[in-house]
Design a protein around this ligand. Structure first.
Ligand SMILES: Nc1ncnc2c1ncn2[C@@H]1O[C@H](COP(=O)(O)OP(=O)(O)OP(=O)(O)O)[C@@H](O)[C@H]1O
Ligand SMILES: Cc1ncsc1CCO
Ligand SMILES: [Mg+2]
Length: 278
């Protein structure tokens, strides 16, 4: 196989994605997750399958000590309640104090005033990455006033591109929009990731899981949040593609996808990662 430096275009993205995955496997970053009840299982299993170490810790009494030992923090507003919001904000502030990266998943934002206002307050605390589906990113950016369909998207990622860029510029966060082609932007550059299978949308909380994976990838490459987000999305999508080869529906896809993420090897990553600068 050609050396990393000789590679160009998609092959060089693949080489970097592989390197990033190896680093996650080597360093096994501890990812603190304050996440919704639905997602806890698949999120923890996704992090473990990728080689990271998950911990679902949300009691406010523990935040000061726990965020201090975590390598990254994932905050997800899926099953929001007032006590959890307090934990989320406390953890985000603690992560900022300690210079640890944190990512935000704005699940179902736009569905209620409570959810939208709390989400905007969290964004004001400056996550490294905001990852949502197209409808969520458009709602956060104020680009749609149409009520969302709960936690599912009613838009495609190209519909959200301008909103994502504006949001990234305004907030100084990386914005990642998941869908058939995932889009990741810092407001200027845009990376498109076309790995994945549509059946992944039929498994609850795959989006939540990939947001936590982004946190793991950023923690091992803190200077490169844009690329780290793209690598996590691409590798998770690739695991979905490989899992799909054996799956007969969403339940078996969930199982085979986790197996595929655990077993991802250099050959598969080099030949199948699809990332492009748009
Ligand atoms: N049409 C599609 N084709 C291929 N992959 C897709 C498609 N839609 C979503 N995905 C992939 O599925 C994963 C979950 O993305 P999705 O946009 O469904 O997240 P979400 O709506 O936030 O999900 P959840 O709220 O259930 O966690 C991502 O890895 C994404 O790339
Ligand atoms: C189904 C569901 N409801 C709140 S959070 C969640 C997980 C997918 O976002
Ligand atoms: Mg979601």
């Amino acid at each position: 196989m050609a050396s990393f430096r000789e590679l160009r275009g998609n092959e060089s993205w693949a080489a970097e994605a592989w390197k990033a995955l190896c680093k996650v496997r080597e360093m096994a970053p501890l990812v603190q997750c304050i996440t919704n009840f639905v997602s806890m299982d698949i999120m923890a299993n996704t992090l473990l399958a990728a080689g990271a170490s998950p911990a679902m810790v949300h009691a406010v009494e523990e935040i000061s000590e726990f965020t201090a030992i975590a390598n990254a923090l994932c905050i997800n507003i899926g099953t929001l309640s007032p006590e959890w919001i307090f934990s989320m904000k406390t953890a985000a502030v603690r992560a900022n104090e300690l210079n640890k990266p944190w990512v935000l998943d704005p699940v179902g934002v736009g569905a209620s005033r409570f959810r939208t206002e709390r989400c905007l307050e969290l964004i004001a605390l400056r996550p490294a990455v905001i990852r949502g589906n197209a409808s969520e990113i458009m709602a956060v950016a104020g680009a749609t006033t149409a009520p969302p369909k709960g936690v599912d998207s009613i838009h495609n990622t190209p519909d959200a591109l301008e909103a994502a860029k504006e949001l990234a510029k305004k907030t100084h966060c990386i914005v990642a929009v998941s869908g058939a082609v995932d889009l990741v932007t810092d407001g200027k550059r845009v990376l498109g990731v076309s790995n994945g299978v549509s059946l992944m949308q039929r498994i609850t909380a795959t989006g939540c899981a990939v947001t936590a994976l982004i946190a793991a990838f950023i923690s091992v490459n803190p200077g490169r949040p844009l690329e780290s987000a793209a690598f996590a999305l691409a590798l998770f999508g690739l695991a979905g593609e490989i899992g799909y080869e054996k799956a007969s529906g969403p339940a078996s896809l969930r199982m085979y996808m986790l197996d595929a993420l655990h077993g991802l090897d250099e050959a598969a990553v080099y030949s199948r990662i699809r990332i492009a600068q748009i």
